[in-house]
Design a protein around this ligand. Structure first.
Ligand code: XMP
Length: 327
């Protein structure tokens, strides 16, 4: 990451505000809040520029973590930004039914997001822009910033929904004020905007949410198991003081069943995998050396508190060759 001083980020905010005002004119913009750092900072930046002409929408796609909607709504309320929550979980899950391929899942989720936005936007006059929290690593990994000769083109790693997964015929122009910044820089812009630390230093959470952590077909039942396991993991990681040491940590439900034994009886339950990594920009990541005692406690608590789970494994793969997410 390029080293820049505080003033650079304050100037970035001022420049962006005037550019966003110029670009948007009198039009309105809509933004989808995911609870992640990028969309939060993008929304706050555009809100600073155009205030009430920004329509901030949080879509509950049924793929969020336990208590996520309530948490994010109260956080934004503290910033004077009133989120509109749209419960679209049934339609997302209906469209994902029977779909196992990761890229197909991303495309469906990206498409559905835009359709829901379009429907929300139709409730207002003159919504011309869709604000996206796209950052540099999304652009590079999706290969969509390709310029120059063939050889310079970054290879498409995966179509992050906020870059390559958007349908071609979206009814908006894209506003992507963070496109040239890496994650750490986005956080510093957040600080320059006066956002609370808890929001700025939240770990990244992918746009397609738990759909890329329930491997293969996504069902309500599997999501429910994963959510419960994730809530236990969150509690244990935070209590042990590991949150700030990690770039990201999460549970994965690989849809693998194994034989186990609980209360003296044979079980045939779900496997939960845990991923925890250190990184500075998500382009590379190293698996985190969480102490064995903490891992043991996490495994014990998950198998005790989530009845469907009888086995927990820890992912010791770095990136490369693994990606951070499993799908
Ligand atoms: P990977 O798995 O590619 O992830 O190593 C790098 C970073 O990006 C996040 N990620 C996504 N974010 N839409 C997003 O908005 C996506 O489709 C997506 N896939 C991965 C991942 O959580 C990590 O922070």
């Amino acid at each position: 990451m390029i080293q820049r001083d505080k003033e650079w980020y304050s100037q970035f905010v001022r420049d962006s505000v005037s550019r966003i005002r110029e670009i948007t004119g009198e039009s309105r913009a809509i933004v989808g809040i995911s609870g992640g750092v990028d969309s939060a900072v993008a929304a706050a930046l555009v809100h600073k520029a155009i205030g009430g002409r920004l329509i901030p929408v949080m879509i509950d796609n049924g793929l969020l973590r336990l208590g996520e909607v309530e948490l994010v709504v109260s956080c934004f309320a503290g910033l004077g930004i009133n989120l509109r929550v749209v419960d679209a979980s049934s339609r997302f899950l209906a469209r994902l039914a029977g779909v196992a391929d990761p890229e197909a899942k991303r495309k469906i989720i990206g498409e559905e997001f835009v359709r829901v936005f379009e429907e929300e936007a139709a409730k207002y006059q003159d919504v011309r822009f869709l604000v996206q929290g796209t950052i540099k690593s999304d652009v590079v990994e999706s290969g969509s910033q390709a310029e120059g000769s063939e050889d310079d083109k970054p290879r498409l790693v995966k179509s992050h929904h906020n870059v390559g997964g958007l349908p071609e015929d979206i009814g908006f122009e894209l506003l992507e004020p963070l496109r040239d910044l890496y994650k750490e820089e986005v956080r510093l812009v957040g600080e320059a905007l006066g956002l609370p630390r808890d929001l700025i230093y939240r770990h990244p959470f992918p746009g397609p949410g738990l759909a890329v952590r329930v491997l293969g077909e996504v069902t309500r039942e599997k999501l429910d198991i994963l959510r419960k396991a994730q809530a236990v993991l969150d509690r244990e990681i935070i209590e042990a003081g590991w949150y700030d040491k990690l770039w990201q940590y999460f549970c994965i439900l690989p849809n693998v069943r194994t034989v186990g034994v609980k209360q003296g009886g044979r079980t045939y339950g779900h496997l939960i995998a845990i991923r925890a990594v250190l990184s500075t920009d998500a382009m590379q990541a190293e698996w985190a050396r969480i102490p064995h005692d903490l891992l043991a406690r996490i495994a014990k608590k998950i198998t005790e508190e989530v009845p469907q789970v009888n086995r927990v494994v820890y992912d010791i793969t770095s990136k490369p060759p693994g990606t951070i997410e499993w799908e």
